[in-house]
Design a binder for this molecule. Structure first.
Ligand code: HEM
Length: 138
């Protein structure tokens, strides 16, 4: 088997990190909204620990690997990357809102109403981002 080049390994890291990040965001959403008043305190504590130790680091690794490929591949001159970055910024902001509201839930404060749309935003954003990254239409 032919070995993968450095760029391809960065892409592997990018896609693996995306999986963990997005999976973590959907789990955050479940912990915030689907479980009445956050469920038992242990569920909130475990979700916050997972968010801190896996989901947020995976988001950071996604960004670092993506930015590295953007420089190595010279993709930053292309429009699709900037549209993709705009959508990824939205997801990153949503991750921040989830993190803050998981903490507030532990203090007995309910999540804001707009977080009801989190899973919709996540499920809609991923195919848009993936299409932009693979098709590179402009
Ligand atoms: C949820 C967030 C993200 C998703 C779902 C995503 C998805 C993808 C996918 C599916 C590919 C594979 C494309 C291919 O092999 O043809 C890819 C590659 C890439 N991504 Fe991301 N990405 C995300 C975040 C980012 C960020 C934040 C950046 C830049 C700061 C970025 C920059 C890139 C670059 C430059 C490539 C390489 C394109 C290529 O070599 O063909 N990505 N991404």
């Amino acid at each position: 088997m032919r070995g993968l080049g450095t760029y391809s390994w960065i892409l592997v890291v990018h896609i693996a990190a995306i999986s963990l990040w997005v999976g973590g965001m959907l789990a955050n959403d479940l912990a915030l909204l689907a479980v009445p008043s956050g469920g038992p305190p242990t569920a909130n504590r475990l979700m916050r620990r997972w968010n801190r130790s896996v989901t947020v680091p995976a988001m950071v690794v996604t960004w670092i690997a993506g930015a590295t490929m953007a420089i190595l591949g010279g993709w930053y001159v292309m429009g699709w990357l900037w549209l993709k970055i705009a959508v990824v910024l939205l997801l990153s902001a949503l991750e921040g809102a989830q993190t803050a509201n998981l903490r507030r839930l532990a203090e007995g404060r309910r999540p804001p109403a707009y977080l009801q749309f989190s899973s919709l935003v996540i499920v809609a954003a991923i195919p848009v981002i993936a299409t932009l990254a693979v098709a590179k239409p402009f």
